[in-house]
Design a protein around this ligand. Sequence first.
Ligand code: NAD
Length: 541
Amino acid sequence: MPYGFFTVDTPLNEITHEYRPGSPERTAVHDAYKKMFNTQMRVPLYLGDEEVYTNETRPIRPPHDHQHIVGSYSVAKPEHVKRAIDNALTAKKEWAAMSWEHRISIFIKAADLIAGPYRAMINAGTMINQSKNIFQAEIDATCESVDFLKFNAAFASDIYQQQPAPGNGVFNRIEHRPLEGFTYAVTPFNFTAIAINLTSCMAMMGNVVVWKPSDHQMYTAKIIMDIFKEAGLPDGVITLVSGDPEMITDIVLKHPAFAGLHFTGSTFVFQELWQKIGQNIKNYKTYPRIVGETGGKDFILAHPTADIDVVATAITRGAFEYQGQKCSAASRIYLPKSTAQDIIDKVVANVKSFTMGSPEDMSHFITAVIHEGSFDKLVSYIDQAKKDNDVEVLVGGTYDKSKGYFVSPTVLQTTNPKYTTMETELFGPVVTIHVYDDEKWDETIDLVDSTSIYGLTGAVIAQDRYVIEEASKRLVNAAGNFYINDKPSGAVVGQQPFGGARASGTNDKAGSMQNLLRWVSPRLIKETMVPAKDYRYPHMG
Ligand code: NAD
């Protein structure tokens, strides 16, 4: 029982280290990388009562060096999934009853472990497992993870302070209860921080979580579980099961105590999961919360008044950082005829200056794409573009998977604004440019709005304030995160809460109080001090 009211102040964002040549932080990550790359990590299932190393395992291979093995992860059988759920439900009683400031302290400690003793390891792990260059690993695995944990702690504190209006003779209060049952987190490969956020934000609010990470993030998943454990997270609060995603998901979604899905990944997987929840709806004890942040086809719309260097930089960074494997990566670009060639020349020159290779060499901007499936998909679109008459390869268009899954950053230009790569999410280092007549600005805004099924991020670049206002109003539903004179990626927790609508998700804004509110079910308590003893009201005489 707490003897006081506690608050967690809004933190400052974690400062990004720069990893300049010769710096101590660069040496620390380099040493961690080398050691980890040459050691075998075995990833168990975390079932709550036990860490289980199964006989059936799958190897973990760095995407930039796929013949090298850095460890293996365990493959769950149906009984493991059931055990994870049972143990989560057992842990729920004590966890939900724990005072919130103690729950939250565990995650603040996890943030401090990441920012301090685990920083080099979680960055190096993200470089090895997900092929991020050091800077991309730092802004994800360290900075965004720390920010999610600390900002969510502050949001949780704010939520618990929210109370109803007082009344005469009554004491009104609201309890922000965890959901009844257990929750399910399904996470993608591309951000270590998303794995941390999706699991921890539900747990912070008193929920227990069954977590199914991506097969391509299992190495850093173990680092995360180790950090949670060291921070003091009790067994069973977050369980981890890996292996066949359909089998695991089917068992989870059929369970009567399933109370919420926190998903980030591709649109079509999310739609399938939603359908399965619908099919099971009569079996559940409570209506499950469904939160999904999914795909994007993110745009940059440049106006004739746009500064050409700003546009070229936004395209170069927005499309190619982390090999275009950010849901917010710019992938369809609209340039006015009057300045298009100057912008294209700069983008092409930038792309030609990139170097590509293993993230161990910290001078590289580009490394490999995540797996062979992604490589093959990108190659098929690039090869098709080489054959099609309405599209041209301006730079890139080459690939090599002999050692790692390397696709050279590719810029396409199409005369057809509905060309397939203007509409389809490719999730790789391919960007497509369409040049419009300056007089057709008006129609081009409609084109941007209507070209894809997604509504995640987008940027307008212009210097004319009337134009900025017009684009901002007319593209109101085209992007959940709308950028003016910037690239459409790189959202910072607390500053730019992230999410999109249309086919891009439920827009519950990761890194905001709105998201945390999805994981609680308020109970209003009205206590009457001197209750009525006669049913008659005064007007009845
Ligand atoms: P993915 O959809 O392939 O996988 C996401 C998760 O779903 C993984 O854990 C995977 O194992 C699981 N999964 C896959 N098939 C499943 C099935 N049939 N049943 C149950 N679970 C299944 O996505 P990915 O390749 O890991 O990540 C890339 C995608 O994620 C892109 O579409 C990207 O836009 C999206 N993404 C969106 C956001 C956002 O905030 N909107 C953030 C990051 C990534």
